[in-house]
Design a binder for this molecule. Structure first.
Ligand SMILES: CSCCC(=O)C(=O)COP(=O)(O)O
Ligand SMILES: [Mg+2]
Length: 239
């Protein structure tokens, strides 16, 4: 990898800047426990209604009643389905938790520190996660270190397209206005990295010990963001 050409960093969240266990054991149960009450209380609001309608359409069950739709969404949480309407509702439910202080965004210290250093060195930072843009702003806006949202120049969710589709990365690069060849994408999911690499993005697989990185996969591997800096000299090459 040529470190000279990196002019922006695009990062995943779950498994990359935050542990999978935080998402699965804290965030998902928080949303699951409150889904029914949240829909009962906010079901008349347009953004909630449109998420429910979209979920029914995605399941090819346009006539599902509210309890059955909640059961469907609960099943999707258990299956970790990366479905846009579920992600939208999760973000809305987490908002209460972050605002009340019941939730704190859990960001790996090495990620927080290196992101801040890269930003200070002039590298623009972007997020691309299956979590909704609202959920992304909440997790980075309410961390144990305070509000980190100011580090980022933009946030992308699956409204731009699937994380497994190379066209999504092309669309993101077009919005950022930097060639894909000069963007480094960080993720724990090698299939996402494959899609980004298809259009020429630089890639690094994060192996934080929670997922198995397939043997023989082509992306450089880092155990933490400290490795990324040490291995690729991003601070020296930042513009
Ligand atoms: C934005 S925090 C919640 C993360 C989430 O719901 C999720 O599905 C994470 O997926 P990622 O693409 O960040 O691995
Ligand atoms: Mg991930």
């Amino acid at each position: 990898m040529s470190s000279q050409t990196i002019r922006a960093i695009l990062t995943d969240i779950e498994g990359t800047t935050s542990s999978i266990s935080f998402v699965k054991d804290v965030l998902f149960p928080f949303a699951r426990a409150r889904l029914g009450d949240f829909v009962a209380a906010h079901g008349d609001e347009p953004e909630v209604q449109s998420a429910l309608t979209e979920a029914r359409a995605l399941a090819s069950e346009p006539d599902l009643d509210q309890p059955a739709t909640i059961a469907l969404l609960t099943r999707w949480i258990e299956e970790d389905k990366k479905a846009g309407p579920l992600k939208a509702l999760q973000g809305m439910i987490w908002e209460d938790g972050y605002r009340s202080g019941a939730l704190k965004g859990d960001i790996y210290p090495d990620a927080a520190e290196n992101l801040a250093a890269w930003k200070a060195a002039g590298l623009p930072l972007y997020v691309y996660s299956s979590g909704s843009v609202l959920a992304q702003k909440l997790i980075f806006g309410h961390t144990t270190r305070g509000d980190m949202t100011g580090l980022f120049s933009g946030f992308f969710d699956t409204a731009v397209g699937s994380k497994l589709d190379h066209a999504s990365y092309a669309a993101i690069a077009a919005v950022i206005g930097i060639s894909p060849l000069e963007i480094l994408f960080l993720s724990d999911n090698t299939r996402e990295l494959d899609a980004a690499a298809e259009i020429g993005m630089k890639t690094i697989a994060l192996d934080r010990g929670e997922v198995v990185i397939p043997v023989g996969q082509p992306h450089p591997v880092a155990k933490s963001f400290d490795d990324i800096d040490a291995l690729h000299g991003l601070l020296k090459s930042a513009v």
